[in-house]
Design a protein around this ligand. Sequence first.
Ligand SMILES: [Mg+2]
Length: 249
Amino acid sequence: MIKKAGACLLFLDYDGTLVGIKPRPQDARPSKRTKSLVRSLNKNPRIYPVLVSGRPILHLMDFFKGTPVKELCMVGSHGAEIKLKDRKPQIIEAAKKQMGQIAEIKDKIKDMLKQKECFYIEDKTVSVALHYRNCDKKELPLLERVSKFISEATRSGGLDVIEGKKVIEVKASKIDKGMAIQVMERKLFPDGGQINICIGDDVTDEHMFLKNPRGINIKVSQSSSNAQYYLNTISEVQRFLSIINREVR
Ligand SMILES: [Mg+2]
């Protein structure tokens, strides 16, 4: 199936798929091996890798410095930003409208969690993420208060709350990785002819899988998923990518 397609559009989630989850998100940098794998996939004339992440594109660009990063395609901030080869990152129109509301929520959360170092607030401009994987049980009541505030502040619509692995994130609604991969697909392959492969480990990746019914979807974990295939670990993902890179020429 992969070999028969004219080209392979490869959507790769970052955290938990290409690199291991770290206590602090800024520490989850790609290894030399990961960078060189992405570089060589990108050099393959029949493979079009696209890094897809909840992170802002600027973080990904920093992580992949020297790959060379300007040649990479990326989707960031859960689909609110895209970057094409040799282009600067862009915020998509639908996301711009919600940015003010998200900034207000972020300021209020910062206020509520003052001096609580176990929480980490990640400002992604078009979304805000509250990480609590370093917190112990005694912070749970505070987390509940913040979580209640978030659900009240987002009740009026236009914003979504995503609960991931020890993280709560607020982002513009209707914008997700699935929508972004469709935008990418139209830009890179307006006439079709490619096969899409989506690989991801978390709930937000399910949006990609749902928008890729004719392609190949791979979940990196054993939790139930809309994907047809499973890989267990990041090193299995790397092995799979190396095989594709060798076989599709
Ligand atoms: Mg992930």
